[in-house]
Design a binder for this molecule. Structure first.
Ligand SMILES: *[C@@H]1O[C@H](CO)[C@@H](O)[C@H](O)[C@H]1NC(C)=O
Length: 298
């Protein structure tokens, strides 16, 4: 390869790094137990470097996200691997892949879901935490940096469900493992299958599908999370150019207290120390870029 081709090649790598991986998700486990995050990319969007992994208590994982990604992230709990068959299964949030990687399969409800559409309308990222498919774990999304896009205001605030609801879950919705200890909480749609809870059939529009006593249980505990299918107005958030911290069990320890408070006050500056690999990578690749330009000039 001549110098010209080398420079071109390096510049292409640079463009690839900046163009394809523009955002990071930092996934944090503050639960006192292991969580196995599952990640599902929406149809037609770029795949992620991982579709599932295990995250120990206090562990953090940073994942580079393609620029126009859409999809969802959830937490699997109480997972085990069968000693003889090697089959991996989880009591909640299982994706049916029989492995730690979900490989294109989604969560079995009930599961708390973090949903994203990055670089959507007006260049805004849309995100929400949904309890429409039920609840299995407390979870928040905190945007870091970011703001408006093309003059369209993003609301860029924390959302999620900080409350622990497996215990207080109404009896008709409760999922118990062995004994009576709750491990998840179904949506009314899943528990009863009725159109008025599922917003289907004659209840298939925002005008006809209203909150129910069951969706109110979720909404009262977690006012910013989706509690039923047409809960958009108070549950969808937007931001542009942000990175996102997704935390399981954002318990009231000092670094998260302000974030938890933000769920009531709407304003929060989240400053959890998180390892961030990408800035380092960016520096490295900027240097590669400068070198490439230098070669180019030769
Ligand atoms: C956030 O902003 C978007 C528009 O950018 C709006 O549709 C949505 O309702 C807002 N969400 C909240 C909870 O205010």
């Amino acid at each position: 390869m001549g110098q010209f081709q080398v420079s071109l090649f390096l510049l292409l790598i640079l463009a690839f790094i900046y163009g394809v991986s523009s955002t990071t998700f930092t996934i944090v486990n503050q639960c006192g137990y292991t969580v196995w995050p599952g990640l599902l990319s929406g149809a037609g969007t770029a795949p992620l470097p991982t579709t599932g992994f295990s995250l120990n208590p206090s562990e953090t994982r940073v994942i580079p996200i393609p620029s126009a990604w859409s999809g969802r992230i959830w937490g699997r709990t109480l997972c085990t691997q069968d000693a003889t068959t090697g089959k991996f299964t989880c009591v909640t949030g299982d994706c049916g892949s029989s492995a730690v990687e979900c490989s294109g399969s989604g969560a079995a409800p009930p599961a708390t879901l973090a949903e994203f559409t990055l670089n959507g309308a007006n260049g805004l990222d849309f995100y929400d935490v949904s309890l429409v498919d039920g609840y299995n774990i407390p979870m928040t999304i905190v945007p870091q940096g970011g703001g408006d896009s093309n003059g369209v205001a993003g609301n860029c605030t924390i959302t999620g469900c900080v409350a622990e609801l497996n215990g207080p879950c109404p009896a008709q919705l409760k999922v118990a493992a062995t004994g009576s200890e709750g491990v998840a909480c179904k949506s009314a749609c899943e528990a009863f299958g009725e159109p008025r809870y599922c917003c289907s059939g004659e209840f298939g529009t925002p005008d006809t599908c209203k909150p129910s006593e069951y969706s109110e249980f979720f909404k009262n505990a977690c006012p910013k999370a989706y509690s039923y299918a047409y809960d958009d107005g108070t549950s969808t958030f937007t931001c542009a150019g942000a990175d996102y911290v997704i935390t399981f069990c954002p318990s009231p320890n000092p670094s998260v207290k302000s974030a938890t408070k933000g769920l009531q006050t709407e304003s929060v500056s989240y400053s959890a120390a998180t390892l961030n690999v990408l800035p380092t990578l960016s520096v490295v690749f900027s240097m590669v870029g400068v070198l490439a330009v230098a070669f180019w000039a030769v």
